[in-house]
Structures are given as C-alpha cells and as structure tokens.
Design a protein around this ligand. Structure first.
Ligand SMILES: *[C@@H]1O[C@H](CO)[C@@H](O)[C@H](O)[C@H]1NC(C)=O
Ligand SMILES: *[C@@H]1O[C@H](CO)[C@@H](O)[C@H](O)[C@H]1NC(C)=O
Ligand SMILES: *[C@@H]1O[C@H](CO)[C@@H](O)[C@H](O)[C@H]1NC(C)=O
Ligand SMILES: *[C@@H]1O[C@H](CO)[C@@H](O)[C@H](O)[C@H]1NC(C)=O
Ligand SMILES: [Zn+2]
Length: 429
C-alpha cells in the first residue's frame, strides 16, 4: 500500500515535472497541397513521399467534410469542426438580399465570413502562450475575435500557384520562422495540384508531372527542416482539402442544366449559387419552396435535390443559417449549370465526401509519430485534436477525436499532450 503510494508519487512527480525539464516543446507544420487526391502517388514515381511514409505515418486516405471545396474544408483542418458548425460554408461570401457574391480570393478578406464562432488553431495556440504562423493557408487573411496569426503571409491577387522556385523560397521562409522566431505551429498552403487537376483532369500527364513537382517539394521540405536543425522537434503533417474527379461532357452524357428542367424557373428563386462545379444552393422566393423542390427532385438521374433540413445527417451540412433552403449536388462526372453550360473544367471537386475521388492523402513524420506505419482512413476533423495534442494545448470544442489518430503516435518518449487529458487545462500557464 505504502509502496504503491510511493510509486504513485514518483510517477506523479515524473509526469508533472516533465514539461519543465529541458525537453523542448514539439512543433507542428501543417501543409496542404490543394486537391492532392489520395491515390495520386499510385501512378507516378514519388521517392520522397515514399521515404516520408517509411520514416513516418501514411493513411490509406482521409475523408474531408462536405462540401468538398477549398475554403470550407481548410477551415475544418484549422478548427476540427464540420462545415455546418464553423460557418465557412462556401468559397464565396454572399449576401442573399443584395445579390452580392465575392469570388474565392476576395472572400478571404471578409472577416465576418471566417470569424463565425470557431477559432482556428493559430489563435488558440497563441492564447495559450505559443507562437503561430501561416503562409497562404485559406483563412490566413481574416482576423478572429480581433486576432490574427502572429506571422502571416497572404498571396497577392494574381499569384502563380505553380512556381516551384517560389515553393522552395516559401519553404525556406517557413523554416526560418520556426528556427529564428521559434514559432510552434505553422500552416502552409500550396495551390497545386488542384489547378492542374481542374484544367487537365486527374488522369492527365500534366497531373502526373505536377505530382512529381509536389514530391520534389516534399523532399525539399524535409531536407530544409534538417538543414535548419529542426528535425528533432518538428512534426510535419501533409494533407489536402479534397480530391478531384473527371467531368464528362461533349455529348458523352446528358448535362444538368437547371433552366431546361420542366417546371423549374429562376423566376421562383430569389438567390442562387450554381455554375460552381457539382454543388449548388437555392433560396426560393417566399411561398415557392415546394414548387422549386418538386420541379427539381427526380428531374435528372444524377442530380440530388434536398431541402436543407432533410440533408443526410452524415454530411453535416444542414444546421447553419448560411446554408440555403435547397441544396443540390451532382454525381461524379456531372456539374450543375444554371441557364446554360458555362463550366469547362476537365476535373472537379465538391462531390459527396463518400466518393473515393474526393478523398485526400495524409502523411505525417516527426518525433511524435511512429515510423513505417500505414493506417486506415479517418475524417479530417480529427487532425485538429491531433495537432493540439502534439503542441500540448487545450483544444476548443470540436468535432474530432484524438482516439481516431492516437495509434499513430509514439507512446514512450512523446509529446507534451501525454501529460494531461485533452479536456483539462494544461499544467503550465
Ligand atoms: C446583406 O445586405 C443587407 C443590406 O445591405 C444587410 O442589411 C445585411 O446585414 C447583409 N447580410 C449579411 C449577412 O451580410
Ligand atoms: C455567423 O454569421 C451569421 C450571418 O451569416 C450571423 O447571423 C451570426 O450571428 C454569426 N455568428 C457568430 C457567432 O459570429
Ligand atoms: C518563380 O518564382 C521566382 C522566385 O520567386 C521568380 O523569380 C520567378 O520570376 C517566378 N517565375 C514565374 C514564371 O512566375
Ligand atoms: C472515439 O471516441 C468517441 C467519443 O467517445 C467515439 O464516439 C468514437 O467511436 C471513438 N472512435 C474510435 C475510433 O475509437
Ligand atoms: Zn481546394
């Protein structure tokens, strides 16, 4: 009994003392390669991604939240919340009464759009005494409850997202932030292979070349981390926001064009978001909801039509005032056109997150992670609690669970997070 007590005290003192010993806090670099589908590495030689898998953890794939488009899914990475819970429900800010819409880039600067009740990890980390930064990651330009990431860089309006030299310069910059400014967390974004996937399609030679560029960059990132003396403290997580799927047209399929659907009229709609890949939302005029719904439901075999409150629960895309009363989505291969076809991409995303083509990749390497471990799929809401755990910070309320990823972590010599349970305050100020 006494012996057990003594052992308990010894244990407690070891555990509690550990964060204050000279073991430095672990760092996290979260990287997104926009639109990197889970299986892109199957068709190309990717020596650096393969080496990273041997040195760390590779997930078979991860499941993004619905709607599978860039800003909403990135904000899920940063907050651990489903899209209906964080409120960044679209790439485009819009106002249904004034009919205003802002495109992707301009929407980055609308604070009220991003700051809708959920805090990104930068702010949470900073409030708990850590230092955070972000380079080009969606959401970086906005402030949250008046705060921003302490070091940040937003790309200019006309930015060449494909420039490999710039990718290397950005890598050097971020590693400098970790080394010279001692940042604990940085999120970093690359706009490819999304752009190439849209333009040429996910099965194109162009996408294979871009995947090789990503692979070279992954090698460069790891080499630079080592060169900057960060290898023993830096955990690198590489993932993406969504995948990419081929679009069929040119007479191959019957396209979905809303204006051609019998009984449907844009005159019954006061606001719409269509001509945006495979997804759409409509705000019918007062009293016309059922008319619009009944006209569209079942009108095309590859068009799904839902009233907001009837959305399948698994999509977590319903309970938010910003989501419009009628939600549309198309099956892979199809996009939703309004008056007439105006979309000419060969690849698209925005489909159901159950579709394998929408799944991104996931890789992680660093002192917190086990080596040469391949794990099954998990949802990307779980990446947030994982990062908070490694950083040793208390997460905000979120929709993820550490138990979905805990098996990736080394248990012995590990992370600050082991010293307390996620729902308790950390034992240091
Ligand atoms: C939309 O615009 C109207 C009119 O300017 C304004 O009253 C309303 O607050 C705006 N709504 C949003 C969500 O920005
Ligand atoms: C979120 O945005 C909506 C308008 O789109 C607004 O009514 C609501 O108050 C916002 N909530 C928070 C917590 O900012
Ligand atoms: C690529 O980036 C480098 C470094 O920023 C720059 O000097 C070069 O002009 C860029 N090239 C293109 C084609 O944008
Ligand atoms: C993780 O914990 C949550 C909440 O306790 C539970 O709902 C979920 O099934 C668990 N997941 C796994 C993978 O164990
Ligand atoms: Zn994207």
């Amino acid at each position: 009994m006494l012996w057990a007590l003594a052992l308990g005290l010894l244990w407690a003192s070891t555990i509690l003392a550990a964060p204050f010993e000279n073991k430095p806090r672990q760092k996290v670099l979260l990287i997104s390669f926009d639109g990197f589908r889970w299986d892109y590495d199957r068709y190309v030689d990717t020596p650096n991604l393969d080496q990273m898998a041997r040195d760390g953890v590779k997930a078979m794939y991860v499941t993004p939240p619905y709607l599978t488009i860039t800003s909403p899914t990135h904000f899920t990475l940063l907050s651990g919340r489903y899209i209906e819970n964080h409120g960044v429900i679209h790439n485009m800010w819009f106002n249904t009464s004034t009919q205003e819409k802002k495109p992707y880039y301009q929407s980055q600067f609308v604070n009220e759009w991003w700051d809708n009740g959920s805090l990104p990890i930068w702010i949470t980390a900073q409030r708990q005494g850590l230092k955070a930064g972000s380079l080009h990651f969606p959401g970086t330009a906005s402030s949250y409850q008046g705060q921003v990431a302490m070091v940040r860089e937003v790309e200019p309006l006309l930015y060449n997202y494909k420039n490999e030299t710039a990718w290397r310069e950005n890598t050097d910059k971020v590693m400098g932030w970790f080394r010279d400014q001692d940042l604990d967390f940085v999120s970093m974004y690359f706009g490819e292979p999304d752009g190439t996937g849209h333009r040429y399609g996910p099965n194109s030679p162009q996408i294979r070349a871009m995947v090789q560029q990503v692979d070279r960059t992954v090698g460069y990132i790891r080499q630079t981390a080592e060169h900057y003396g960060l290898k023993d403290r830096l955990n690198i997580i590489i993932t993406a926001d969504h995948g990419m799927s081929n679009v069929y047209r040119n007479g191959l399929v019957e396209e979905i064009t809303l204006s051609k659907i019998p009984g449907f009229s844009f005159k019954d709609v006061s606001f719409h978001l269509v001509d945006f890949g495979p997804s759409g939302m409509l705000l019918p005029k007062p009293g016309r909801l059922d008319k619009v719904y009944n006209a569209l439901k079942g009108a095309h075999p590859h068009l799904h039509v839902y009233k907001k409150e009837e959305m399948p629960e698994r999509l977590h895309f319903s309970k938010n005032g910003r989501i419009l009363p009628i939600i549309l989505w198309a099956d892979p291969g199809y996009v939703i056109n309004g008056y007439f076809p105006v979309q000419f991409h060969k690849g698209e995303h925005g489909f159901d997150n159950q579709e394998m083509d929408m799944k991104p990749f996931f890789r992680a390497v660093g002192p917190a992670f086990r080596q040469n471990l391949e794990v099954g799929p998990f949802e990307t809401v779980n990446i947030y609690p994982l990062m908070c755990h490694i950083l040793g910070i208390k997460p905000e309320v979120n929709d993820g669970h550490l138990n979905a990823t805990q098996h990736m972590l080394v248990t012995s010599s590990g992370t600050q997070g082991e010293f307390y349970q996620a729902n308790e305050p950390p034992p240091w100020p």
